[in-house]
Design a protein around this ligand. Structure first.
Ligand code: ATP
Length: 195
């Protein structure tokens, strides 16, 4: 009997810090795409945020581990942090194609990233290798894929939370309760991040 094809979700980002919007992206993708595995992949440095130094990779990784603790359906892939430098999605996707040659690969992005897709490194090749999956984000127009990208938009659970809003709130001394998991609130406080 044929083994069923694996359906793998790839979710890259700065996760600076991980927040409930990210967790709802993951949940929507799991459910709506019937994923068998979902990998969170923290970037060392995003090509689209060259001016901003993110919090140290190990802190972002630690927060991600805390946020996903006990969630057996999610995995964290540290390859971009280990490679260091600017993290290009095509390098990571090639690794997944090599490791999972028979799997169907879905790359998850928020609606804010859709217009930027043609500027991603090796955009044409990337568009061949993965299907992009867009999660609606409040304030963003519905996804309209620029050629040659193909993909679909999920229903998701649109939530207007962003890492930059979390960082701004911490800096302003405002509460981030319920916007990030409780253990992440504590980690941010203990490590004095974003002050
Ligand atoms: P920042 O505010 O610093 O730009 P961010 O909140 O967008 O950060 P990232 O780690 O850069 O977080 O995002 C990783 C991926 O998750 C991106 O594809 C982004 O569009 C998506 N994403 C983040 N927050 C949401 C959200 N609330 N709803 C849908 N997608 C989201």
């Amino acid at each position: 009997m044929d083994t069923p094809v694996e359906r793998i979700g790839i979710f890259g980002g700065s996760f600076d810090p991980v927040h409930c919007g990210h967790l709802l992206v993951a949940q929507a993708a799991m459910e709506e795409l019937s994923l068998t595995r979902l990998f969170f992949i923290p970037a060392a440095q995003s090509p689209f945020k060259p001016q901003s130094a993110p919090a140290p990779a190990l802190e972002r990784l630690r927060m991600l581990r805390l946020a996903l603790a006990g969630q057996t359906r999610y995995e964290i892939d540290e390859q971009e942090i280990q490679r260091g430098g600017t993290s290009f999605t095509i390098d990571t996707v090639r690794d997944y194609v090599d490791r999972f040659p028979r799997a169907k690969l879905f790359y998850l992005i928020g609606a804010d990233h859709v217009p930027t897709l043609p500027a991603w490194r090796e955009a044409d090749r990337l568009a061949e290798l993965v299907e992009f999956v867009v999660i609606p984000r409040p304030g963003q127009p519905p996804a309209k894929f620029p050629s040659p990208f193909r993909g679909r938009e999920l229903e998701g659970f649109p939530l207007g939370v962003s890492s930059s809003a979390i960082r701004r709130r911490v800096k302003a001394g405002q509460s981030i309760q319920s916007l990030v998991p409780e253990a992440v609130v504590e980690a941010i406080r203990n490590s004095k991040l974003y002050l």
